[in-house]
Ligand binder design. Structure first.
Ligand code: COA
Length: 373
């Protein structure tokens, strides 16, 4: 049994190769196609990172301008898709809205023979925020928004549709930074799901639909929403410390902590934490930040567990006025770049992904007919 448990969850198992992302390698932290995220966050923007992932190299200024213009031209939704979005109930989870939106787009804009796969990727990338916020605004404000805003960035487009006005530069920049940090992460559960689907020579819409389903759970992308629900319960840092201590005493999982690959820290956390502090200061109320920091300290002191990318992303999104139930869908709007890049990488050197299982059921049985049982 011990031998069997070792491979549970495929922990530590190498299941393929990728040129897209280096995670947790000595000294490298997290790097996309060889570019460290610290440099990308400092000097780049999300569209440039998306181009790097999807098109294999850093764009020139002209290439980036053309790419931004292309993405802007792909933000409009077909009328049939708008009708579907209007039919999805208001109390649906927005991850399910995106899952259905991508799947439906696969019906009316089917990928065909994969020869235009880069265009399919760009279309999904450009339209995911549109789908989400068209549905959100229709049901919360009773309006049919024009999703083709003139904002150059994905972050600006997202916040403009959400708040019905252009965002402040600080809020746009903070959202842009989290989009860079969420864009790609090697063989995480949702990406691996997408590669498994791709490995059968299925289409990109199916791979992304499956990946959204995998990202939805609280052990993966759903952790940012769960982290928000956790920190919001505590009115002070002292109460947060006591509350988390008693949760740990009851052996409860604290969402936004721990990681399958990183062992001592998540390189994305320091960036999110710094933004959370800046936004709390702008907000003039440090409580949520102090509560978050108290939870982080208890988790380290008690369990040597560190905050992952989702933990401080929660307060960042909260401070820029994003409702909690849209947190994980933002992750989708970013990770679509990594997913689509993995779909293309898988196709370039495809092999069906079909592992084996250790059989633990009964030995061979004698079949007894139904009337004699
Ligand atoms: N809160 C409390 N305890 C935790 C924990 C957390 N967030 N994460 C791990 N642990 C504990 C486990 O209970 C386990 O304890 P045990 O050995 O006494 O049973 C030990 O640490 C090892 O955890 P394990 O679940 O085996 O690690 P994993 O590699 O399978 O899981 C995660 C990795 C990310 C799924 C896990 O850390 C987790 O559930 N985190 C919370 C969800 C989350 O933030 N997900 C987003 C990841 S980016």
């Amino acid at each position: 049994m011990g031998e069997v448990r070792k491979t549970f969850g495929l922990a530590g198992v190498t299941a393929g190769s990728t040129a897209l992302c280096m995670v947790g390698k000595e000294g490298a932290g997290l790097a996309y196609r060889g570019y460290n995220i610290a440099d990308l966050v400092e000097h780049s923007n999300f569209e440039e990172v998306a181009y790097l992932l999807l098109h294999g190299k850093m764009p020139t200024r002209a290439e980036l301008d053309a790419y931004i213009a292309k993405l802007k031209s792909l933000r409009r939704l077909p009328d049939e898709l708008k009708t579907v979005l209007e039919m999805i109930p208001q109390d649906a989870h927005p991850m399910d809205v995106q899952r259905t939106g991508v799947s439906f787009l696969g019906n009316i804009e089917a990928e065909g023979d994969f020869s235009n796969q880069a265009d399919t990727a760009d279309r999904l990338f450009a339209s995911l925020p549109s789908m989400l916020l068209y549905w959100h605004r229709f049901h919360t404000d009773g309006v049919r928004i024009d999703t083709a805003t003139d904002d150059d960035s994905v972050a600006g487009h997202f916040l403009h549709m959400l708040h019905d006005k252009p965002s402040s530069e600080l809020h746009r920049k903070c959202l842009d930074t989290t989009l860079i940090l969420y864009a790609e992460h090697e063989f995480n559960a949702s990406t691996f799901t997408g590669r498994v689907i791709t490995g059968t020579l299925s289409d990109m819409h199916s791979a992304v639909t499956g990946a959204i389903g995998a990202l939805r759970g609280p052990l993966h992308g759903g952790a940012n929403e769960a982290a928000m629900e956790l920190i919001q319960q505590f009115p002070t840092a002292e109460k947060a410390t006591a509350g988390v201590l008693s949760m740990l005493g009851r052996k409860e999982l604290i969402m936004g902590f721990g990681h399958r690959v990183y062992t001592t820290s998540d390189p994305r956390n320091a960036v999110n934490k710094k933004m959370s502090r800046t936004l709390a200061e702008e907000n003039g109320d440090m409580t949520l930040y102090e509560v978050s920091e108290a939870v982080e300290n208890v988790m380290w002191d008690e369990k040597k567990l560190f905050a992952n990318a989702d933990f401080f992303a929660a307060s960042v999104y909260h401070f820029i006025g994003i409702p909690t139930y849209l947190f994980t869908p933002i992750f989708v709007c970013s990770r679509i770049t990594g997913w689509a890049a993995h779909v293309m990488e898988q196709r370039a050197n495809n092999k069906l992904i079909r592992p084996a299982a250790d059989y633990i059921g009964p030995g061979l049985q004698t079949y007894v007919s139904i009337d004699e049982r």
